[in-house]
Design a protein around this ligand. Sequence first.
Ligand SMILES: Nc1nc2c(ncn2[C@@H]2O[C@H](COP(=O)(O)OP(=O)(O)OP(=O)(O)O)[C@@H](O)[C@H]2O)c(=O)[nH]1
Length: 386
Amino acid sequence: MSLPSSPPNLQLNLQPNLQPIPVTIVTGFLGAGKTTLLRSLVQRRQARRLALLINEFGEATIDGDLVRATSGDAGGQVRIHDFSHGLIAYGDDEHFVPTMLALAARRAQVDHVLIETSGLALPTAVMESLQTPALAAHFILDATLAVVDTPLLLDNRFRRGSGADGAVADMFERQLEYADVVVLNKIDDLNEDLLLDAEHRVRACAPNVRFLELAYKAQLDIRLALGLRLHQPTLQAHQHTYTHVRMPGAEASVLSDQGRLNGHAHSGLGAHSHGVATHRHFHEQDPGWLSFTLRSQSPQPADKLRQAIAEAARSEPILRTKGFVRTLEGKRPQLVQGVRTRVTINTDAANENAETDKSELVFIGYHPSRSKVAALLSELTGTHWK
Ligand SMILES: Nc1nc2c(ncn2[C@@H]2O[C@H](COP(=O)(O)OP(=O)(O)OP(=O)(O)O)[C@@H](O)[C@H]2O)c(=O)[nH]1
């Protein structure tokens, strides 16, 4: 991976003798709940000063705005950097290293860095970059968290198949393969048997995962997410090892007590190591994954639009939809969130003070047809989308 050299003024300010800044990577497939998890961690940050690097697939940056709205930050305690090209720290990303070095130069004001990879990127690119001498002097990987849409996992939506199914399974499995912690999310309606089933499925496809945590609405106790110290510095060796840690609840039998489900963690594995240098990861994006943006100037009938987006996800290989729309019902833009056919449209903290006339939606899928989706939305809403 070629790394751009840092500007001279940054190098002057760097102080490698300070403790390295811990970095947590949040990965997970499209729509799993990564941004929701970050928003909840930002809300529970207490005195921690956080820097967030947020990466999305698609031309519009929506996730960064959602987190900004949550932080409500006047004192600069939370700093957010948007990466909109989908592949943070991959070979042709010229922004990642300079952004990290700029954070290192402000080391005294940063307690923890959180990096959200896009739903179609692997965490290994960031892991590998953190091990280069330029960054290893200033940062240490704390842990890699993979967020899982548990109902979709139980519905076999990440099972290997042909075409889109194969591409989805490939990405899902590879993201989990390098995770230290798997967060089973969206468990609102799942009973203990289903949660055990989900745990077995995760263990089967990612046997190296150290901790499984359960999250309602992607809410995790901040002590189970940050400061885990699962990795050691690796300036010399191009390898990292896990230190042994004890987690609250580690000794408890798994899922034996529903009352302990929210945010409890348990470990099933001893220490192990793997070299990031040996990781196979895509430096090239699978060209089948596409995103496109559709816009409309007309106010939208919210319910019809919701049904139209769900219908588009049924008839085209659309896996994720998000954006802001102006509805007939209200002046404020409404946040649209679609994960496959599950679609919600509502007001969010990010849009409650904004006004807009236009509607803009980002669609992400595997070889989806832009024109078919535009035609479907136009037909089913009775408004023009293009
Ligand atoms: N029911 C339910 N919905 C959830 C939960 N966590 C997140 N969601 C919803 O799932 C949708 C996607 O959540 P995000 O946090 O945007 O997911 P993401 O992984 O950041 O998505 P991408 O960045 O597009 O890959 C949103 O509508 C969330 O409100 C949960 O625990 N339960």
